[in-house]
Design a protein around this ligand. Structure first.
Ligand SMILES: Nc1ncnc2c1ncn2[C@@H]1O[C@H](COP(=O)(O)OP(=O)(O)OP(=O)(O)O)[C@@H](O)[C@H]1O
Ligand SMILES: [Zn+2]
Length: 388
């Protein structure tokens, strides 16, 4: 049987151009390479799995390439590039500071820095999770970082920039990596699915992208998980919600319809069904609030761009949003927001949500009633004879 290679490894970008969603960084790096304006110490900051190590490796490969392209990319064919691609280059050293954070580990690294590269121009040292280095290790490293030999380049990476001491920060050029946009992740997954001959429903890929919360590595792991469970090489919406234990959008659409139509009993039954399926009540409240936020942005042709979901679902949002007045949506969201705040301290959170749903189910009646009262008062005022 063919060995299964996880997608995150198989599809690690080999060029700056194939890095998703970090063009502010890749463009700057390419320009620095083309203008021969490289810093000697970089700090790559940002959430997990967004391309920090990937960019560090591409940078390492590119600056040692013998035929850098006019776009600032490595040629991928020269001796140095081939060595990098086969993990056989002596010019790249990676240290995971999460597990090698002692003074000894850093001393070994500093010792290596003294030897110039035998082939190629630069030796690159990538120190991942650099915030995990012990204080003593940091101090042992500072001197080297301050006066590195000309051929040495350090790329420090961290998910927790605030833990990096100012003396290190001030010596590095700092690059902040973004969380990757849902649509960019979904498109990337779609292109991988195509290469792998996997049929994937766009809605399913959007769902994975949403759940990944901006991290491409996490998105790829979820993608692999669903493929593994799928006997027929397909990724459907249904399989995705089951595997990732996500509440089906359909519940939010249905409960919103019931609430708007004052159908309290159906609303409570749906909520009960959701809890019985093992979903958390608080997550349901947050999910419903998000659903209404999506309805709100769908009401306006300008804000609809803020709706990051598959086209099919977009149509459904637009359809539901059409029937719901803005005033109702805003009042309903206010009620829900109170539940969100009170949920954690409530002794009976289920009842808290039920009461909120009851209030919302009668919101329209309350709005109508207050309008009737207002109109009545207005009519009464008009009838009043002004006092002389
Ligand atoms: N921006 C991106 N574009 C394309 N693929 C990406 C990107 N970010 C992450 N990946 C995928 O996720 C894998 C892991 O990414 P990488 O190791 O570069 O993340 P990282 O930001 O260094 O994460 P960590 O902080 O956990 O070390 C890559 O092999 C690649 O498949
Ligand atoms: Zn090359």
């Amino acid at each position: 049987m063919e060995n299964f290679i996880v997608s995150a490894r198989k599809y690690r970008p080999a060029t700056f151009a194939s890095v998703v969603g970090q063009s502010h960084i890749t463009t700057t790096l390419k320009n620095a390479i083309l203008n021969d304006h490289l810093a000697q110490a970089f700090l790559f900051c940002g959430p997990r799995g967004v391309g920090k190590t990937t960019c560090a490796r591409i940078l390492a490969k590119t600056i040692n390439c013998h035929h850098i392209t006019s776009e600032g990319e490595a040629c991928g064919e020269c001796e140095s590039c081939v060595a990098f691609q086969n993990n056989a280059s002596f010019n790249i050293h990676e240290l995971d500071a999460a597990s090698n954070n002692s003074v000894e580990d850093i001393r070994n690294l500093v010792e290596q820095v003294r030897y110039p590269p035998q082939n190629g121009k630069y030796k690159i040292y990538i120190i991942d999770e650099v915030h995990m280095l012990s204080n003593a290790a940091f101090n042992a490293f500072l001197k080297t970082l301050e006066e590195p030999p000309r051929y040495a380049i350090f790329i420090l990476a961290t998910t927790e920039k605030h833990k990096i001491i100012p003396t290190i920060l001030s010596r590095c050029q700092i690059y902040d990596f973004n969380r990757i946009q849902i649509s960019d992740i979904a498109n990337h997954l779609a292109s991988i699915a195509e290469k792998e001959g996997i049929k994937a429903e766009p809605q399913a890929l959007h769902l994975i992208a949403q759940k990944a919360d901006g991290g491409l590595r996490d998105a790829l792991s979820m993608f692999d998980l669903i493929v593994t469970f799928s006997a027929d090489n397909t990724i459907t919406y249904q399989k995705t919600i089951e595997n990732l234990h996500i509440l089906d959008y359909d519940y939010y659409f249905r409960i919103t319809d019931c609430l708007w139509q004052n159908d309290l009993s159906q609303t409570l039954l749906i909520f009960d069904e959701i809890l019985k399926k093992g979903f958390d009540g608080h997550l349901f409240v947050i999910g419903l609030a998000e659903h209404w936020r999506n309805l709100l942005v769908s009401k306006d042709t300008q804000t609809i761009v803020l709706l990051q979901t598959a086209d099919e679902i977009k149509k459904r949002y637009a359809e539901q949003a059409k029937n719901l007045p803005l005033s109702w949506l805003i009042s309903a969201m206010n009620v829900l927001q109170q539940v969100d705040i009170q949920y954690k301290n409530s002794k009976n959170p289920k009842l808290l949500v039920e009461i909120a749903l009851m209030k919302i189910a009668y919101l329209q009646k309350a709005i109508e009633l207050s309008q009737i009262v207002q109109n009545q008062n207005f009519a009464d005022d008009k009838k009043k004879v002004p006092t002389p």
